[in-house]
Design a protein around this ligand. Structure first.
Ligand code: CA
Length: 228
């Protein structure tokens, strides 16, 4: 198996080097780029399996590059993990909205970083969609496309099924509409964010009592959580 290629877009040489050492230690292949332009050139040669993207970069910020790479068909499905020195919630949401899969706040430990990378890679693995999952008394069977609540089978449309599967596999975190579009609808970029609300509404209706597990987070998006 060829090693996973990780593109490290980081302008501080000491941090880039530290990341490279840790990635190599895990058996991954780091490719270093000091800014977005260099990353663009590296990706023209070979696409990475994951991008570690610093927020503060010379020239365009990491946010601008994340948005750009998400919008381009060739790079749209590459997982992006943002590195940020900014810890506040607004910035985290901005990062996720720009298309990042996750973010990690500096300073971080190598163990934490590697765990996040593994989690992001796992999430993006195509097999994950076919996995079965259960949260409380709600269960979803990826192979038979069956959803059950307290033993009763529920009827769901294909998009509602995909949406529920994604939410159940990523519970207890807030998903912006843009990130749900990206993860659930994939590269159908011409869909409006409003569409997400329509499908969430339908999904809640199909789930009945279990629909309360999908919380609306005002001004941000949605969160799936077990009923307390
Ligand atoms: Ca930087």
């Amino acid at each position: 198996m060829k090693p996973a290629r990780v593109l490290v877009v980081e302008d501080e040489p000491a941090i880039a080097e530290l990341l490279a050492v840790n990635l190599k230690h895990q058996g991954w292949l780091p490719v270093l780029a000091p800014d977005g332009e260099a990353a663009q050139r590296a990706m023209a040669e070979a696409l990475p399996d994951l991008i570690l993207l610093d927020w503060m970069l010379p020239g365009h910020s990491g946010l601008v590059w994340a948005r750009r790479w998400r919008a381009e068909a060739r790079t749209a499905s590459i997982p992006i993990l943002m590195l940020t020195a900014r810890g506040d919630e607004v910035d985290k949401v901005a990062g996720l909205d720009a298309g990042a899969d996750d973010y990690i706040t500096k300073p971080f430990s190598p163990q934490e970083l590697l765990a996040r990378i593994r989690a992001v890679m796992r999430r993006r693995a195509p097999s994950a969609a076919a996995d079965s999952v259960a949260v409380g008394e709600l269960s979803l069977d990826g192979a038979t496309h069956r959803v059950r609540w307290k033993g009763e089978t529920l009827k769901l449309g294909p998009t509602e099924f995909k949406l529920l599967s994604y939410l159940m596999h990523h519970p207890e975190r807030v998903h912006s509409r843009a990130s749900l579009l990206d993860r659930v609808w994939g590269d159908q970029v011409f869909i409006e964010e409003r569409t997400v609300d329509v499908h969430v509404k339908r999904l809640r209706e199909s789930l009945g009592e279990a629909g309360a597990m999908i919380e609306t987070v005002r001004g941000v998006g949605y969160r799936f959580a077990a009923l307390g």
